[in-house]
Ligand binder design. Sequence first.
Ligand code: SF4
Length: 329
Amino acid sequence: MRPFDYMRAEDLQAATEAKGNGATVIAGGTNLLDLMKLEVMAPERLVDITRLDLHNTERTSGGGLRIGALVTNSDLAANPDVRRNWPVLSRALLAGATGQLRNKATTGGNLLQRTRCYYFYDTAMPCNKREPGSGCHARTGFNRIHAILGASDKCIATHPSDMAVAMRALDAEVEVQGSGGTRRMGLDALYRLPGDTPHIETSLAEGEIITAVILPPPPTAATQVYRKVRDRSSYAFALVSVAAVVAMDGARIREARLAFGGLGPMPWRDGEVERALEGQEPSDALFDCASDILLRDAQGQGSNDFKIPLARRTLKAVLREVTRTEAPA
Ligand code: SF4
């Protein structure tokens, strides 16, 4: 690890000023410290924001939930209101990392964690995300955990968060504060596709810090499920995950909100999949149609080709569960 300066921000203004002047923000440090030890990241200055007043979770006046950026993953998963009204979020959080890591990891940090692409962490290998213009070893190397949707010829990394997948299905917005004031945006606007600049992962401006995540009011009469397929049952990132928030109207699907992890460079959501399901009676034929739409542009890279049929099977299993549709005998 290289030497660095450390400062502790006592208020948000000091934190945003420090970030605007090139400091790297640290909170739980569960990802950043690994990156620094491996010298994948070598910030000259850290600004510690853990003393800022961003530790609370509270209802908004509109019936939603405001989650402070420093609320830990453990606390958020165990929050009784979240467990009762946004259970998909609680389950996604508990599917991530380990108890020890969830005790330290924060809501804001979870959103901004970096990919777990092996070559990003191996400084002997070319990686456009770590060193722009150096190449992407994953494209020709072992790419079992990599993206089948939304990748580019410059980068095929996936976003590793479970929490963000559930938040995407719940239409969460992030609240961001910087020198220009406060703004809010959906996760689709927060994350950027890799394109030609995979090292630029979010739309945050230089001095901007995530201060909260806002959930809309709980979905009405919806079944919420988070299913994660991974290589082992703990401390493993998703090969494929599905967050589903689905409401029925009699025998038909009234509303479907679906987000996917392990498939793309951001928590993936596809409105066409949802529109194909809404208003229809659930059936395996309908679920196959939804998978066809989701995976119409999917591209395997070799070692991750299995993700295409795996995503299809996982989506079908989740849709059967949330619509209580029996599998054929
Ligand atoms: Fe780097 Fe992205 Fe290629 Fe991985 S997939 S080696 S993160 S450029």
